[in-house]
Design a protein around this ligand. Structure first.
Ligand SMILES: Nc1ncnc2c1ncn2[C@@H]1O[C@H](COP(=O)(O)OP(=O)(O)OP(=O)(O)O)[C@@H](O)[C@H]1O
Ligand SMILES: [Mg+2]
Length: 356
């Protein structure tokens, strides 16, 4: 378990008058990361993401607060003890940070050399880890001879060389195209599972969170403004920044075909049907739920929109339905009691039809 407790990081900055002032890059940040989970921190540029992740391995020393990895308070360590603790924490970067005058093999070997391992041990470990990340055929290549995705795989192999418990990822996919991003994220998920590795990753891209994270924290101006399980945050975002981020990767907007239709917020005699948006997790299919409604209540149900998205590998469905008939209020009430998120979009007249 990693616990960040009330961490603040203050930089001394020159203010306009020439005096020194305090700038809070992090302000009273607390969060905890379960062993074996993938924890994402998302925020805009300058929000404090890199500062936060660098406080975990003490590349930045917090101005106040504590950072625990299991029972070790990292902020109390320095010198040899800090170096030993850091060996259990790998790190990867947006710009890969490979040594250009060393081959892939010797980049991966580098932390093992620093750790004074024997040549034979190093060779075995380099080959093992290179196979795991899928670059065993590129070991004699120099970084300049590798693609971005291959470079990041070397970066990951190097970070894993000393068998760390924790991997810190600072925008590791931000320099990669979408397809390569997907494959590197799949690799991170794979090593998380295979090695039981805890991963903290920071990103400004919500699709990275959506693809692989278990939990997410949203950071703004040095403060965590929202935090929780990815499923909860995606289906029930609270803060406006979070809502924007979720909307950027989920189809939560009404389809264009709805734009010109007159549905009203209040029910009148002409607009008697209710238009609902239902969202649901897992494999609750829309049709059986609708059939149940029709059977149980005196209603007819028209499915106007249905699509399935995925958060991690969990299906997340969104359906827009129109309910008419005398039983619609009871039907609505029963829907509200199901494991669904139900939103009333508005009321429409019975002749309402979607046109493509
Ligand atoms: N050494 C420093 N001295 C003064 N201010 C700093 C220092 N390092 C970072 N900052 C400031 O702290 C804030 C947070 O920086 P940080 O690098 O953590 O942001 P970030 O969220 O990683 O941004 P990006 O997405 O652009 O990488 C920024 O406003 C930055 O200018
Ligand atoms: Mg950064």
């Amino acid at each position: 378990m990693i616990r960040i407790e009330n961490v603040s990081k203050i930089y001394k900055v020159k203010e306009r008058g020439g005096d020194e002032g305090d700038f809070y890059a992090l302000k009273d940040v607390s969060l905890s990361v379960e062993d074996g989970s993938i924890y994402g921190v998302i925020g805009r540029s300058g929000a404090g993401k890199s500062t936060l992740i660098r406080c975990v391995n003490l590349l930045e020393r917090p101005t106040s607060g504590r950072v625990f990895i299991d029972d070790t308070d990292m902020t109390l360590l320095d010198g040899q003890a800090l170096r030993a603790a850091r060996r259990k924490i790998g790190m990867i970067f947006q710009s890969f940070n490979l040594l250009s005058n060393r081959t892939a093999y010797r980049n991966i070997a580098f932390p093992l050399e620093l750790n004074k391992r024997s040549k034979k041990d190093i060779d075995a470990r380099v080959r093992e880890i290179a196979a795991l990340v899928g670059i065993d055929d590129k070991l004699d290549h120099y970084p300049s001879q590798l693609s971005g995705g291959q470079k990041q795989r070397v970066g990951i192999a190097r970070a894993l060389a000393n068998s760390p418990d924790v991997l810190l990822s600072d925008e590791a996919t931000s320099a990669l195209d979408p397809q390569t991003t997907k494959s590197v994220l799949a690799l991170l998920r794979d090593i998380n599972k295979k090695l039981g590795l805890t991963i903290i990753l920071i990103t400004h891209e919500m699709n990275v969170i959506k693809e692989i994270c278990d939990s997410v924290a949203v950071i703004e101006a040095g403060e965590i403004v929202e935090e929780g399980a990815v499923m909860n945050v995606f289906t029930n975002p609270q803060k406006s920044i979070t809502k924007e981020l979720v909307a950027s990767v989920m189809n939560t907007e009404l389809p264009d075909s709805f734009a010109n239709l007159n549905f009203t917020q209040e029910r009148s005699s002409e607009s008697a049907d209710v238009l609902l948006q239902l969202s649901f997790f897992g494999d609750i299919a829309a049709e059986p739920a609708m059939e149940r409604l029709i059977r149980a209540f005196d209603v007819s149900v028209n499915i106007l929109v249905a699509h399935i998205d995925h958060i991690r590998n969990m299906p997340y469905g969104t359906t827009i339905i129109q309910i008419s008939g005398d039983g619609r209020d009871e039907a609505l009430e029963s829907l509200l009691n199901m494991r669904l998120k139900v939103e009333v979009i508005g009321y429409v007249s019975r002749s309402f039809r979607i046109t493509g």
